[in-house]
Write a protein that binds this ligand. Structure first.
Ligand code: SAM
Length: 331
């Protein structure tokens, strides 16, 4: 194809966004599959990165720059942990109750969604770096699919929370309970003007990694890492305006401790705090047999208009993909 005139990245993104907005949901998926199959975005992307240095196009928008910072952080972390993305010091306890109780050690693989998005995961599977099926009894063709789980939120989930749903966080304090690799903290720094961003994480190795990242990316001005159990931090819980609870306990503590931690949270989280949870509080409380969900919280209604599809920087944001993230206001 002969290229007659080149257009700026901004114009290209606008044109692409208007094409996406004019398509039905089914056609959108078909169009994106066509692009994924024929235009190998990873080859284009590599032109923008030299080692750790971002070669930003002179036309790149603020959104692109923000997304690129998040992607550079993910690239840095990928160099420090294996593809299965867990530290030896992390003691994973497969849940014994609820929807994830089939996630035992033998049948489950962890691929971190912040480090590897869906497209990268597909590539890992295609290149057999992640094997998705296993033989349940070696002499037969009785193969089974591994459960693939992530202990981190993906970049698009972080964007969905901070860009699509939550209000301006100017002057507010955001707490991430069990901050692990830190995507929620970096996302809160990059995408919001929250005054304080606190990660409470019990694993020292995870805390060291988060400290290294926030030092490297000069995020010390607003992010603080606390290497403690959340139960030891009632003042932080009481003074946070937004609390992110991405399934921190299910794979990390026993059922009885899990229940005790929620009792601690219920008695310390203040009225009007916005809670962002995955899975829903209803699911967590049902599994743990705690029966006060509807007396303690109500659904948080976003003031923002949520588009069915949006491109933020180079990230495609489809709210339908994040329906398992729930927003509440404490009564
Ligand atoms: C599923 S990861 C959450 C990761 C991160 N919030 C995110 O969304 O990407 C759970 C993390 O919570 C930590 N954790 C579990 N129980 C905790 C507790 N009682 N206090 C502090 N951290 C805890 C674990 O060590 C683990 O790193």
């Amino acid at each position: 194809m002969e290229i007659v005139d080149s257009i700026s990245i901004d114009n290209a993104i606008q044109t692409f966004t208007s094409i996406m907005c004019s398509l039905s949901v089914t056609d959108k998926n078909a169009f994106l599959s066509y692009i994924a199959d024929n235009w190998k975005p990873e080859k284009i992307k590599s032109q923008h990165f030299t080692g750790n240095t971002l070669q930003a196009s002179p036309n790149s928008t603020l959104e692109n720059k923000q997304v690129n910072v998040m992607k550079m952080i993910a690239n840095d972390i990928k160099k420090r942990i294996p593809i299965d993305g867990t530290f030896p010091s992390e003691k994973i306890l497969p849940p014994t109750i609820g929807e994830n109780s089939d996630c035992d050690k033998e049948s489950t693989k962890h691929v971190d969604a912040f480090l590897y998005d869906n497209r990268e995961l597909d590539e890992l599977i295609e290149n057999e770096k992640v094997i998705t099926i296993y033989c349940a009894d070696c002499l037969s063709e009785n193969v089974r699919q591994y459960n693939i789980i992530s202990h981190s939120l993906s970049l698009s989930s972080v964007l969905y929370i901070f860009h699509s749903i939550l209000p301006s966080l100017e002057g507010k304090c955001v707490l991430d309970i069990g901050s692990r690799l830190g995507p929620v903290l970096y996302g809160a720094h990059v995408f919001t003007s929250a005054e304080k961003i606190i990660g409470v994480e019990m694993n020292e190795e995870c805390c060291q990694l988060q400290r290294d990242i926030i030092n490297k990316y000069n995020m010390n001005d607003r992010i603080k890492i606390v290497n403690k159990r959340i139960e030891e931090c009632p003042e932080i819980v009481q003074t946070s305006d937004v609390i992110i609870v991405n399934n921190p306990f299910e794979f990390y503590v026993s059922e009885s401790v899990h229940k005790e931690i929620w009792k601690f949270l219920i008695s310390n989280i203040q009225s009007r705090t916005i809670l962002v949870t995955k899975p829903s509080i209803e699911t967590i409380f049902k599994n743990l047999k705690i029966d006060s969900a509807n007396k303690w919280v109500k659904f948080y209604k976003s003031e923002k208009t949520v588009d069915e599809f949006e491109i933020y920087g180079s990230v495609a944001l489809e709210p339908v993909e994040h329906e398992d993230i729930k927003f509440y206001e404490v009564i």
